[in-house]
Design a protein. Structure first.
Length: 312
């Protein structure tokens, strides 16, 4: 029954009792966006712009960048597109900006922090996104990675809004989740990056196979932080998405929806399995699963109680 439901799922995302959830795709460039547009997704929830520039030794020009961003926007004409500013550093070093020989790259000058020493790189990128938006007539949402404080969120949002764009931040540092209400006050939306949020919550490298149990997206401590962010979003009336790999797990996706997450973005192939699972459960079941998960002590227990609440 499951395979047939997945194969025939065409969206849009909704629980069996009609609670809407946006099912979105993570993309890396024009080609992956065109591929994603053939899947049953409502838009792009995470465009990882840094991936196009991994081999570059010099910063891309504004015109070059605008062409790339336009390709993704055009692949999803009239659909939502969330563009992330460069998440340079750590597992994705960019030769033209990442410092060499940092002692702790995951805790270093990563993501939005590159604007401390290189404000022009981020300014050029935002100008390029604004140009692509103008040319296409679209209004992409723009978010920054690795935001750790409300003042960083406010500074970024100011730069985005003065270019006429919609401003958000990723919540992937525990500090941002802990101060979610204050972060939320500064932006139009947030998107939770569960890969890094789990890494930083558990103090365990996301790339380490040996530590895979610690970086399990079902770790209750990370889920508690996600719940805090979702509640802050509901209180502020602003959308909270999830764009980490947690959003690709159909069972966990239901739990996230039960916490109040309104969009789920992952690899395009995850859309149908996630959408089909959501269609089988009610919002109340999702809420019960979320409540149950928040009382657990480890990932195995969290999976078990969620599965029970969601009908196996
Ligand atoms: C995340 O950290 O969950 C995320 C979506 O960003 P990335 O995987 O690109 O760091
Ligand atoms: Mg991340």
């Amino acid at each position: 029954r499951k395979a047939a439901a997945v194969a025939s799922w065409t969206g849009p995302g909704t629980t069996s009792d009609g609670h809407r959830v946006s099912v979105l795709a993570n993309v890396a460039d024009g080609a992956s966006a065109r591929n994603a547009s053939g899947h049953p997704v409502e838009g792009v929830g995470l465009f990882r712009t840094e991936l196009a520039f991994l081999e570059r030794t010099e910063a891309p020009t504004i015109a070059e960048q605008a062409t790339l961003y336009r390709e993704v926007i055009d692949a999803f004409a009239d659909r939502k597109v969330v563009i992330r500013t460069l998440d340079a550093g750590s597992d994705k070093p960019l030769k033209f900006v990442t410092q060499l020989n940092e002692a702790n790259p995951a805790l270093g000058v990563r993501g939005n922090r590159i604007a401390i020493d290189h404000p022009e790189i981020r300014a050029d990128q935002l100008d390029a996104i604004a140009a692509a938006a103008r040319e296409s007539g679209a209004t992409p949402w723009v978010m920054a990675p690795m935001i750790a404080s409300p003042s960083e969120a406010a500074e970024f949002a100011g730069e985005v809004r003065r270019r006429g764009l919609v401003a958000g931040v990723m919540v992937e540092v525990p500090a941002a989740a802990i101060l979610a209400p204050a972060i939320m006050a500064e932006v139009d939306f947030v998107s939770i990056g569960t890969n890094d949020l789990t890494q930083y919550t558990m103090a365990a490298d996301r790339m380490s196979a040996e530590l895979a149990t610690l970086t399990d997206p079902w770790q209750p401590a990370a889920l508690a932080l996600i719940d805090m962010v979702a509640r802050a979003g509901e209180a502020a009336g602003k959308p909270v998405g999830v764009c980490g790999e947690a959003a690709a797990d159909p069972l966990l996706a239901c739990v996230l929806v039960g916490m109040g997450v309104s969009s789920l973005s992952a690899a395009p192939a995850a859309a149908a399995p996630v959408g089909a699972r959501l269609a089988e459960v009610t919002l109340d079941q999702c809420r019960s699963a979320a409540q149950a998960v928040l009382r657990t002590a480890d990932p195995a227990e969290a999976r078990a109680v969620a599965s029970a609440a969601l009908g196996g």
